[in-house]
Ligand binder design. Structure first.
Ligand code: LMR
Length: 397
């Protein structure tokens, strides 16, 4: 069976990491996958996680049976509180319920399977551009896909009017995928006023919003970054959220995520969860425990939670200072392109504007790894690699 198989194409993001690892050049620079590094180029274990590890080690939590299909109950509860605020009526009434999933990708796939199961005719609308893996996840679940305009490559701004015009044609029952903050790959988010307008549109149109929330805290702050989905929730509409804690807890390899259902009433949320459970059962049965225990321990402890909030602010501030440094350094090296837009964008990513050919050239000649779309991970820039990086970029413009 396998003899006739041709190799599948490498994943546009994770495949690049494989190529980076094989590159023997000691001066290589990885701005491909969105992984936070500190200024020494290392992906740190957050202080709050080291302390959480110690607490768990003392409790010796590794034994025991399976977790429930929806994961650790205390973790699920803290996910919903983080999304909407602990005092929110939706949280108190139980009409917002989360299921722990293996990472944000797991959350998206569970959401996709849930949509395909409960609303099989629904079409799912994604921003153009979007995270390269969205297409694969939703296609694998058998959903029909469409796109709406999002980013204007020429002006480097949000194509808001075009987006609204397109969303006005999305019928009730279809699903619209939004990036809750730190849009991946463009780094451009709607303003609070624009989120309000989109929420009104969703209420009027009757489409189901699905939020991909992978970077909470990396934009403006943990609460500020939830503005968009909270604006939708305030309209009383149903929604889905896929959360990831890979980035904001630095738990990339523990696969800690969630899929949250917000329904009109607690009973409807529980009924929806019964379908979510079946999607989980036929996929991976139940999630792994350790990463979720680490997160739940931090979020339940006032001191650890404060440390975590500081850790997130440190990561956010470092990325933003690298954005400014990048703009200044490029401006000093070349007048062939204006990169000032990079300082106004948020989260890990921006589009460099490099073509596929330039991306390839910079990789072959300088071992600088950038995703084919020209997306750069600002979180991989350091004060040590900024000079060689900008020299390499300027040389291919
Ligand atoms: C990225 O976009 O680089 C990250 O979300 C990591 C991934 O899985 O692609």
């Amino acid at each position: 069976m396998f003899e006739s198989l041709l190799p599948a194409p490498p994943d546009p993001i994770l495949g690049l990491t494989e190529a980076f690892k094989e590159d023997p050049n000691p001066a290589k620079i990885n701005l491909g996958t969105g992984i936070y590094t500190d200024d020494n180029g290392k992906t740190p274990t957050l202080d709050c996680i080291s302390r959480s590890e110690k607490i768990l080690a003392e409790k010796s939590t590794s034994g025991g049976g399976y977790l429930p299909m929806t994961g650790l109950a205390e973790y699920d509860r803290s996910v919903v509180e983080l999304l909407f605020g602990a005092d929110h009526e939706m949280v108190q009434s139980g009409r917002a319920l989360a299921a722990q999933t293996p990472g944000g990708t797991g959350g998206l796939r569970v959401a996709a399977d849930f949509i395909a199961r409960t609303n099989p005719g629904a079409k799912l609308w994604m921003s153009n551009p979007t995270w390269a893996n969205h297409n694969g996840i939703f296609t694998a679940a058998g959903l029909e896909l469409g796109t709406y305009p999002y980013y204007d490559q020429e002006s480097r701004t949000l194509a808001f009017d075009e987006m609204v015009t397109a969303l006005k044609n999305v019928p009730a029952g279809d699903v619209v995928l939004f990036h809750a903050c730190c849009h991946n790959p463009s780094g451009m988010d709607p303003s609070p006023a624009q989120w309000e307008e989109l929420a009104e549109l969703a209420a009027a149109q009757g489409f189901l919003p699905l939020f991909d929330f992978a970077y909470q805290g990396f934009g403006e702050g943990l609460v500020e970054d939830a503005f968009g989905l909270r604006a939708f929730a305030a309209k009383g509409i149903e929604l889905l959220v896929a959360s990831s804690f890979s980035k904001n807890f630095g738990l990339y390899n523990q696969r800690v995520g969630a899929m949250t259902v917000v329904a009109g009433a607690a009973e409807a949320a529980q009924n929806a969860m019964s379908h979510v459970k079946l999607c989980i059962r036929t996929n991976y049965s139940n999630p792994p425990a350790h990463g979720a225990r680490l997160v739940a321990t931090v979020l339940a402890d006032a001191e650890l939670r404060t440390i975590w909030e500081q850790d997130v602010a440190t990561m956010r501030n470092r990325i933003n200072s690298m954005r400014r440094l990048f703009v200044e350094t490029m401006a000093a090296k070349t007048d062939k392109a204006d990169f000032s837009f990079v300082a106004t964008q948020r989260g890990m990513f921006s589009f460099s504007g490099l073509s596929k050919e330039q991306v390839l050239e910079i990789r072959e000649k300088h071992s600088v790894y950038i995703v084919g779309s020209g997306r750069i991970s600002i979180a991989g820039i350091t004060s040590a690699n900024i000079e060689p990086l900008c020299n390499a970029l300027a040389s291919v413009l």
